[in-house]
Every structure is written in structure tokens, then in C-alpha cells.
Design a protein around this ligand. Structure first.
Ligand code: ATP
Length: 463
């Protein structure tokens, strides 16, 4: 990371803690690697992202329905999906400083090439041939790369025996496949149609996570779109465009992300085409989302292993087939991080005494801003508080709203700017006379006087 990038991540991490977006997990006990807790403002941002996603990809469409499946599933699900045998990372240890590093990341960073999909043997060879140094201590003294399972295991029942092993799901996708027939039979969906889910996934990630970019517990928003094989190319392009529209909808700037097609040798064994949406994080250009054409691998594997029929009957053409699948997948936490980075702005702003100061403002898109409106009485005087509370009661049923009468008005504006509140409404002594308030726009800092009776209407027009 360059110094500038490092300082941007430091600034965002520190703002996240100071203002209640994200705290280090289990902090009072020294933390727990790669875990983070969302605070009062962060949970609102995250919930808004999830709600907007659900609106965008499920509620506003006729061809997508949702589910909310159990995190714990029969281990056979993970055997059939290939995760038990194949869901692992290649790790390598530095013998000099004991740092444990993902071999593919070591190669990617040192040689600027993609290493996903390479065998541990090939990675070991490549690292030796290119004399790649340990990024921690600079020595060249590595063990061989070896596979390390990414799924967390636990036991169901009273005895800790192998036959009782269950896994914390490493992705939400499999629940959509195992419920394919249940959804088909309980709705009257016709292909093409999709099943969506938002939920927690778990991966035993051991490398440093870059804040909430890579965590051991995270949330995914996934969509499995079941199709007839012949339509896959045109529908792949369609879903790519939908994903781009989503990014625009939540305000991720086009210049900050790019689309990268996986090379043939990087593709998962079942995929015919995969693209990554890569975001320019301060610590490098990395995967934000993915879109994969998974063929009919998943339904076919579950049919073979469970003995349950996964075929779809196309009544129009009197034809039975196992549907193919397109999978747009979105990380919730990476979306939170990308929107925070996109929103973070430092700019010069005039102060009340005619000078200028640097103001930090989170310019979130209004539809995901954690707090939409702040009600700020100019003083704590009783008659003003009463009026301001009336305004608060009026607005809070329509918009996520905060009431704040602590500290100076300047400090309160600064706080609302740092959590990205689009509108601050101040109630002053004149309000008692003219029944009006002043609305301050987060981005332009322009102020406008609006009658209290017109306030909700004004906000409706502005959001
Ligand atoms: P990476 O290569 O960065 O490990 P991946 O290719 O393994 O990611 P997928 O299996 O495609 O990721 O998961 C789908 C999405 O889930 C990713 O695009 C990402 O947004 C999110 N995701 C995956 N792993 C993590 C994690 N450890 N922490 C946070 N989000 C994650």
C-alpha cells in the first residue's frame, strides 16, 4: 500500500470507530482476528444496503423470489457441492518469521499475475523460481505450499465424532439449489426465474483482512437464476448490466470499479464464464462482486447425490431438463466498505467566523445514508426543545431520523457530515414565531427556510 492509500484506510477505520460505523470485534479482550462489529450507524448503513438490494433484485421483479434458509445444513450438501474436497486455499509459511501467507496472494502481489486455480505444487515452484521474498521479513525461506480447508467445522449432538460433523456454510448459494424443487412446487414460476437470499457465511480466512474486506464471518446477497442452457450468453450479458445498474443505484462511481473476465485456467471446474467486478480499494484492485455461469453442475450434483429429481418440465415444449444457472453474487460487507470509500470526502469549508477549515463529509447516496434527517434545536431551552421534538415526531415516521441537542451547532453539523446525513433541520427561536425551520444540505451546505407544515413534503421531493 502506498502511504496515501494507507492513510485513507487509517482515516476510514478511525472514522468508523469514532462515529459508530464499525468496531473491532471483541475489542476489550484484544480482539479476534478478522472479525468486526457494526455499530449504531454502521448497522443502519448495512441494513439499508440489504433492503435496497432486496427491493432492487427481488421485490421489484416478477421473476425472482426470496428464501431465508438455515445456516447449518446436512454435511452431504457440502460433500455434493465439492466444498468438503475442494474448498481450500494454498498456504505457505515463512520459516524465518513464521508468517502464514496465502500462496496465491504472494504470487499475485509479487508477479502481478493471477494465481487462483494453480496447484500448490505449481505455486511452490513459481515462488522458488522467482525468488519471491516474504512480505513481512524480506527473507526467502518458505515451506512448501499446502492446502488448508476454509470451512468452519462443529458438531451436532452430544458426541464430538466424525459422523456428527457439520459445517458453517461458506456461501448462501447451496440453499437455493437444495430448495429448487420446493420453490418451484410452491410458486408457479417458469424458467427463467431466480431464487435470492441474504445471509451470513463463514470462512476460516487466516490472512490479514484489510478491515471489513475479508472477514471470517460475513454476509452475502446471492441470486441463483435458473435458465435454459441455450439462453446463457444473452442472459449473462443481461445480469452483468443489472449489476452495473445496481452499483449506479447505490452510488458507486463508475471510475472506481472495473470488470475482469476470468482466464480459462482460473475458472472453477464447473464454470464456463465468470467475471469479477473489481473495486479500486486503497489496498489494491480487488473483487467486490462476481457473476458466474455455473452450467447445471449444482443441480446435477445434488440430483446424483440425493437421488431426488431436479428436472424442470417445460410444458410448452413438452421437454424435461436440468436447468442451468447464472449466479450474481454480492458481498454485503465489501459493499459497505466500497460505499464508505466512495463517500469519504475532505473539503475546505467556510467557518462561522469567516475562516476556512477542512470538513470531512460522507457523501453517501441518499438511499443508503444511515440517517436521513437530523433535527437540531439551536439551544437546549425548554420551549425550543419542545418545538424541535414536535418536528422530530413529524419526520421520524417517514425517515430514519436523529434528534440531537448536545454541543454547539458547529460540532453537531460536523458529526452529521461524518455520518453522511443528507439533511440537517435546525429549529431556532424564530421557529417559535414563524413555524418554520432551516434545512441544511449536506453536500452544498446551502440553507433553506421551510414551513414546518411543508417539511415532510419538501423532504419527499428531495429524496
Ligand atoms: P476472494 O477471492 O476475495 O476470497 P471469492 O472469489 O472467494 O473472494 P466468492 O466465493 O465469489 O468470493 O464469494 C462471493 C462474494 O462474497 C465475493 O464477491 C465477496 O463480495 C464476498 N466475500 C467472499 N469472501 C469474503 C470474506 N472473507 N469476507 C467478506 N466478504 C467476502
Amino acid at each position: 500500500m502506498t502511504k496515501k492509500a494507507e492513510s485513507l484506510m487509517d482515516k476510514i477505520t478511525s472514522l468508523a470507530k469514532r462515529r459508530g460505523f464499525v468496531f473491532p470485534g471483541s475489542e476489550i479482550y484484544g480482539g479476534l482476528a478478522n472479525t468486526w462489529d457494526y455499530g449504531p450507524v454502521g448497522v443502519e448503513l448495512k441494513n439499508n444496503i440489504k433492503q435496497e438490494w432486496w427491493k432492487f433484485f427481488v421485490k421489484s421483479r416478477e421473476d425472482v423470489v426470496g428464501i431465508d434458509a438455515a445456516i447449518l445444513m446436512n454435511s452431504k450438501v457440502w460433500e455434493s457441492s465439492g466444498h468438503v474436497a475442494g474448498f481450500n486455499d494454498a498456504l505457505i509459511d515463512c520459516k524465518a518469521c513464521q508468517a502464514r501467507i496465502r500462496a496465491d496472494h504472494l504470487i499475485e502481489d509479487a508477479l502481478d499475475m493471477k494465481a487462483e486455480g494453480m496447484t500448490p505444487e505449481d505455486m511452490t515452484k513459481l515462488i522458488a523460481e522467482n525468488s519471491i521474498k516474504c512480505p513481512v521479513c524480506g527473507k526467502i525461506d518458505f515451506t512448501e505450499a499446502r492446502k488448508f480447508g476454509l470451512m468452519f467445522k462443529t458438531f451436532q449432538g452430544v458426541t464430538e465424532e466424525d459422523k456428527n460433523i457439520i459445517y458453517l456454510r461458506p456461501e448462501t448459494a447451496q440453499a437455493m439449489f437444495v430448495n429448487f424443487k420446493n420453490v418451484l412446487n410452491s410458486t408457479n414460476k417458469k424458467i427463467p426465474f431466480g431464487i435470492a437470499q441474504i445471509g451470513k457465511s463463514f470462512r476460516n480466512e487466516i490472512t490479514p483482512g484489510n478491515f471489513i474486506f475479508r472477514t471470517v464471518e460475513f454476509e452475502q446477497m446471492e441470486l441463483e437464476y435458473f435458465i435454459d442452457e441455450k439462453d446463457w450468453e444473452k442472459l449473462f450479458d443481461y445480469w452483468q448490466a443489472e449489476m452495473e445498474k445496481w452499483l449506479e443505484y447505490i452510488g458507486v462511481k463508475k471510475e472506481n470499479y472495473s470488470i475482469r473476465k476470468h482466464d480459462q485456467d482460473e475458472l472453477s471446474h464447473y464454470s464456463k464464464r465468470t467475471i469479477d467486478f473489481e473495486y479500486d480499494f486503497p489496498f489494491g484492485t480487488k473483487e467486490l462482486y462476481g457473476l458466474a455461469y455455473r452450467t447445471n453442475f449444482d443441480l446435477m450434483s445434488h440430483q446424483n447425490a440425493s437421488g431426488q429429481n431436479m428436472e424442470y418440465f417445460d410444458a410448452e415444449n413438452n421437454r424435461k431438463y436440468i436447468p442451468h444457472v447464472l449466479e450474481p453474487t454480492f458481498g454485503v460487507d465489501r459493499t459497505v466498505l466500497a460505499t464508505m470509500i466512495d463517500a469519504y470526502t475532505e473539503e475546505e469549508a467556510p467557518t462561522a467566523d469567516g475562516k476556512s477549515e477542512t470538513r470531512v463529509v460522507m457523501k453517501f447516496n441518499k438511499n443508503i445514508a444511515p440517517v436521513k434527517v437530523a433535527i437540531l434545536p439551536l439551544s437546549k431551552k425548554e420551549n425550543l426543545s419542545k418545538k424541535a421534538k414536535e418536528v422530530f415526531d413529524l419526520v421520524k415516521t417517514e425517515y430514519a431520523c436523529q434528534y440531537d441537542e448536545s454541543q454547539s451547532i458547529g460540532k453537531r453539523y460536523r458529526r452529521q457530515d461524518e455520518i453522511g446525513t443528507p439533511y440537517c433541520v435546525t429549529v431556532d427561536f424564530e421557529s417559535l414565531e414563524d413555524d418554520a425551520v432551516t434545512i441544511r444540505d449536506r453536500d452544498t451546505m446551502k440553507q433553506e427556510r421551510v414551513g414546518i407544515k411543508e417539511l415532510v413534503g419538501w423532504l419527499k421531493k428531495s429524496f
